[in-house]
Design a protein around this ligand. Sequence first.
Ligand code: NAI
Length: 271
Amino acid sequence: MSYNLLKGKKGIIFGALDEKSIAWKVALRAKEEGAEFVLTNAPLAMRMGEIKKLAEHCNAEIIPADATSVEDIENLFTKAQEILGSKIDFVLHSIGMSPNIRKGKTYGDLNYEWFLKTLDISALSFHKIMQVAEKQDAMNEWGSIVALSYGAAQRVFPDYTDMSQAKAVLESIARNYGHRFGKLKKVRVNTISQSPTKTTAGTGVGGFDAFYDYADKMSPLGNASAEACADYCITMFSDLTKMVTMQNLMHDGGFSHMGISEEIVELLEKK
Ligand code: NAI
């Protein structure tokens, strides 16, 4: 259902890789709600070509940008404002990658070059995006910037290895830039901490199926889907959440406040 929540708003959406991507669902919902936006992803991800289908559907242009490159981000914000014909109202950072996870490294055997890459891609990129937006004065007043996080920023999920630190840094950047951007331009900055979701990034984490099922059984509402996450992002971009900033917003079906659930007790008692 559409409520015209983003009518007249202009945005930049990072991270739609394929139709499972959370950013993909956000783009579809943003379009339904009347937004105009550009899509962006790393040049390498573009080669897979899937994003073109989304761009056609949303009548959106694609501007490639490696989110670790300040130069690419500068070009992106300049071109996005030209294409959209105005400053930007909303930005979605939906980017995560850990070479250590990709290569199956355990927490006691991390490659530090890769660790830095994980932090650069998954966390510092968020700062870079906001610093460029500030320097170009690219955000409209009362704009909204959202990044996606995961509960491993606060709690231990052993297979999430260096991404846990990346998410902790990401959430800290949201608080600190949220303060700055709020004072400067009344722009709000938040992270949404999403349930495990079956996407390329998600399923790349070791033991994903087990912790997906575990989280589902622990959460009174079950795991939040990518579509539900997109709905939440849309509300955060809309004028209905103007005073929410510097928050890490749990979108996890209740998981983070649970100790143990009946389903897990039942499962363990069967053993
Ligand atoms: P996805 O694999 O569809 O999206 C990750 C995106 O990051 C891809 O589009 C990829 O091309 C992009 N990316 C990687 N390196 C990049 C770079 N250097 N520059 C620009 N873009 C780059 O997976 P998903 O799940 O949609 O991930 C989106 C966000 O949601 C990530 O931050 C992820 O950590 C977060 N998240 C995912 C959860 C899950 O279980 N899938 C749970 C909680 C948070």
